[in-house]
Design a protein around this ligand. Structure first.
Ligand code: DC
Length: 234
């Protein structure tokens, strides 16, 4: 796939449970690119704010949070671990209360500036699949490929419910859906870098697609770009 030797910058955006993370991880694995889950970075900061019981309405507290925190990824085989101030928080950042807090923290302009600086540094060298909400629009506006993944709200709520254990220990579907809708609404209507498809993004509706099909569609786009680049080379 990368026989031309060119390493692309790929941006994948979309709402919660649209299939972004799985698709981004698998595309990165197939291409042997770096996978950057920017949502995990917002989650890590949100976890710290929760632990420290910080008031996000207070500028001084937010400044303290940004000045005192480090968020890094550590390679672990094909996947990676998320480190907050050097501590592995990969599992803890997936908890429901962290999800809600991450969406609140993501609406703060100072937090977004802090994130964008770090994310651009990670994407700079190419050979990266970066996923989030504002990657194609703000973080990497010159990305070689921009993908916007979407799925119906029913399907996304069902996926999240299944991920959380479905019928067994999980929460009721209505509750999962309410929180998902609330978070998406906040992410799409905030004044700073709201979730939206970049004008030049390829939109893929994953409602009726399997993971393999989703990944296949993104890889087709990659192939198209690499082929047209090599046709243009003398
Ligand atoms: O993708 P996720 O659910 O792990 O993201 C957690 C929250 O972070 C989500 O509510 C929106 C926010 N986010 C964002 O605003 N911009 C990004 N690039 C990534 C995530």
């Amino acid at each position: 796939m990368t026989s031309s030797g060119r390493k692309l910058v790929i941006a994948i955006d979309g709402p919660s449970a649209s299939g972004k993370s799985t698709t981004a991880r698998m595309v990165a694995e197939r291409l042997r690119y770096l996978h950057v889950d920017t949502g995990a970075m917002y989650r890590a900061l949100a976890l710290k704010a929760l632990r420290a019981k910080l008031d996000l309405g207070d500028d001084g507290s937010v400044r303290y949070l940004l000045e005192s925190s480090s968020v890094d990824f550590q390679a672990a085989g094909a996947s990676s671990r998320v480190l907050l101030d050097g501590q592995d928080v990969t599992e803890e950042i997936r908890k429901g209360e962290v999800s809600q807090k991450s969406s609140e923290i993501a609406a703060l302009p100072a937090v977004r500036r802090w994130m964008v600086r770090r994310q651009r540094a990670l994407g700079q060298a190419g050979g990266v699949v970066m996923e989030g909400r504002d990657i194609g629009t703000v973080v990497l506006p010159d990305a070689d490929l921009k993908v916007y993944l979407d799925a119906s709200s029913d399907e996304r709520a069902k996926r999240r419910w299944l991920e959380e254990g479905g019928d067994g220990s999980g929460r009721p579907t209505a509750e999962v859906r309410r929180q998902l809708d609330e978070r998406d609404h906040r992410d799409m209507t905030r004044s700073h870098s709201p979730l939206e498809a970049a004008a030049d993004a390829v939109t893929i509706d994953t409602t009726h697609l399997s993971v393999e099909e989703q990944v296949g569609k993104v890889l087709e786009e990659v192939k198209r770009i690499l082929e047209s680049a090599s046709e243009g080379t003398p």
